[in-house]
Design a protein around this ligand. Structure first.
Ligand code: RP5
Length: 178
């Protein structure tokens, strides 16, 4: 049994098509990085509405606390999931049509009052997972500490990049003056 399989499943990663997975897999790998259990399902608001309704209604009973939803085109998946649950929904608009994801972004972000969907950038699967982890961390001290460590690593990486860039510029300047 894999390590992932023994973790309690807390997040559902849903997508409208298996063609969305190359982008949505980054949400999965990010949740793994934080040690958060998840499950992945292909469910379509348009092509499989009955199965979608059934899945969302049963999900809390299996421990799902947050939904991450990726969809492209006329992306109704996030909105429909939000209509069916009181759990938070984080949506990733996907660039799967000639409109480059703008269609999915507008369909997802312009939810009517009363049914919010937290929408990240087009293709922003990593941020969707981090946002989900932040939600879970509100009542999970170990997860909150992992997020603090992550923020420290982010800050360190910026400092390293700055040092590297300055080093490169200094070497270039030295080359010009020799
Ligand atoms: C949406 O239509 C899916 O989320 C996907 O982004 C897009 C295209 O789906 P396929 O035609 O590749 O199955 O529902």
């Amino acid at each position: 049994m894999s390590e992932q399989a023994v973790r309690p499943v807390r997040v559902a990663i849903l997508m409208g098509s298996d063609s969305d997975f190359p982008v949505m897999q980054e949400a999965a790998s990010t949740l793994e990085q934080f040690g958060v259990g998840y499950e992945v399902e292909v469910l379509s608001a348009h092509r499989s509405p009955a199965r979608l309704h059934d899945y969302v209604e049963r999900a809390p009973g299996r421990g799902i606390e947050v939904f991450i939803v990726g969809a492209g085109g006329a992306a109704h998946l996030g909105g429909v999931v939000a209509a069916l649950t009181t759990r938070p929904v984080v949506a990733v608009p996907l660039a799967s049509t000639p409109l480059g994801g703008l269609d999915a972004l507008l369909a997802t972000v312009q939810m009517p009052a009363g049914v919010p969907v937290a929408t990240v950038a087009i293709g922003g699967a990593r941020n969707a997972a981090i946002l989900a982890v932040q939600m879970l961390a509100l009542a999970d001290a170990a997860l909150a500490e992992r997020l603090r460590a992550y923020k420290r690593e982010l800050a360190d990486s910026v400092a390293q990049r700055s040092a590297r860039l300055k080093q490169q510029l200094a070497e270039k300047a030295a080359g010009r003056s020799s």
